[in-house]
Design a binder for this molecule. Structure first.
Ligand code: CA
Length: 231
């Protein structure tokens, strides 16, 4: 886990000064520290020098492509990154998630939405990037997964999952709070030499959500899925 600041520090990467100051003011209401970068290069430099606890990254920057910023930062840092894209930039948003971003916001977004996402990112960052150790038990609300025996339970009752459902569940649980793209899930949940397809993924996810409780796994239409923390 990263060396967290006593007061969380958020790096705001945004070339539009009006949006940057709006976002900065919103973060200030929570007492979080902010540093603003207006270009991709400045963002990479600030990420290295200041070690922020979370990064809000506008994808449309004047110099370096936002996706490239994600790639560069990910070579040395696991700091949660929330990308901010304009409507119609779905491909960019998905590319950024595949490059290692955690979450996305679509402009225009509300202040409440922004603060909620940053809160999730900070929680995820504080927990460390690796998630539960190999073989550990994963607990989230009523769900518990004993990774050693490969048994999932909801409210103590064993849930019967197919091997792919189980692998999807563990992938999502290990990356709790992070949006995993269709592409990522297709590459990681199917067995050696097997390739999944989007239609099958949708059917399997629908079945999995029914078995473990739909509230635990969010569907991001056209993007992917995310496991959320439940009490
Ligand atoms: Ca921009």
């Amino acid at each position: 886990m990263s060396d967290q600041h006593p007061t969380p520090l958020i790096l705001v990467v945004e070339d539009d000064p009006a949006i940057a100051s709006l976002v900065s003011a919103a973060l200030e209401t929570r007492g979080w520290d902010r540093v603003v970068a207006q270009t991709g290069r400045a963002a990479i430099q600030a990420a290295a020098e200041r070690s922020p606890d979370a990064i809000l990254l506008d994808l449309g920057l004047p110099d370096v492509d936002g996706i490239e910023v994600v790639r560069r930062v990910r070579t040395w840092s696991e700091t949660p990154i929330i990308v901010v894209s304009a409507r119609g930039e779905d491909a960019d948003k998905i590319g950024a998630l595949d490059a290692g971003a955690d979450d996305y916001l679509v402009k225009p977004f509300s202040v409440g939405e922004l603060l909620a996402r940053v809160r999730v990112a900070l929680r995820r960052g504080a927990r460390g990037p690796a998630g539960p150790a190999e073989g550990a038990t994963i607990d989230n609300g009523a769900l518990s997964v004993d990774c050693a025996s490969g048994i999932a339970r909801v409210s103590g009752e064993e849930v019967h999952l197919t091997p792919i459902e189980y692998r999807l569940l563990v992938l999502l649980a290990r990356n709790e709070g992070k949006v995993l793209t269709h592409q990522y899930l297709l590459e990681h949940a199917w067995g050696e030499g097997q390739v999944g397809d989007l239609a099958s993924l949708r059917v399997i996810m629908a079945s999995l959500r029914k078995k473990v409780g739909a509230g635990l796994i969010q569907t991001h239409v056209g993007v992917g899925y995310r496991m959320v923390r439940t009490e």
